[in-house]
Write a protein that binds this ligand. Structure first.
Ligand code: ZN
Length: 188
């Protein structure tokens, strides 16, 4: 600040550009700060910038509905990110290990991380997008290993270990933090 400004009374900006919300959010294991910003458009948008998640909110959203609006925007964004990360991981592994997958679905469940059916359909919990990438990858390795071993036999775990040598670390991470992730709700 230069000396010129010191003589002037402190001026509050007339419009607050961004406002820090109290919501806490982990994205791929990294804590993000949620910032809500006005949008010049009639629709909302979510942008990831460094460690900030910007929620662009149109002026037409009434103040009383702003929290709900932002919550929906952020949840939708997280699910879309989860979908693209799971698709990329499964396709990379299918190229590497030569298995075939029928369908990949992203589920909203509070009880399981993933599943694999005899029809080679894979389901994954979108909440895994909040965990470190190696934890999400372990779940993909676990479920896709079921395409070859539809059980939890020694052969199954040997296959998981071959593809994910530190899988015990990722399993332990889920044991320690999994419940918090499954129960997580965005409070803003
Ligand atoms: Zn399993």
């Amino acid at each position: 600040m230069d000396s010129k400004n010191l003589s002037k009374p402190a001026k509050e900006p007339t419009t607050k550009l961004s406002e820090i919300l109290n919501g806490r959010l982990n994205f791929q294991g990294i804590p993000l700060e949620i910032l809500i910003e006005p949008s010049p458009f009639g629709f909302g948008r979510v942008l990831l910038q460094n460690k900030n998640l910007l929620v662009k909110t149109p002026a037409t959203v009434p103040a009383a509905e702003k929290s709900d609006f932002c919550r929906n925007q952020i949840t939708g964004w997280l699910k879309a990110q989860a979908r693209s990360v799971f698709n990329a991981e499964v396709h990379a592994m299918s190229d590497k290990y030569g298995f075939k997958v029928n369908n990949i679905a992203i589920k909203d469940t509070r009880s399981r991380w993933g599943s694999c059916s005899v029809k080679t359909n894979l389901n994954f919990n979108w909440r895994l997008i909040m965990t470190p990438p190696e934890v999400l990858r372990y779940v993909v390795i676990h479920e896709t290993a079921h395409l070859e071993e539809m059980n939890h036999s020694e052969r199954f775990w040997a296959l998981v270990e071959k593809r994910c040598p530190d899988y015990q670390i990722q399993r332990n991470w889920l044991k320690n933090h999994g419940l918090a992730i499954l129960q997580w709700e965005l409070k803003i």
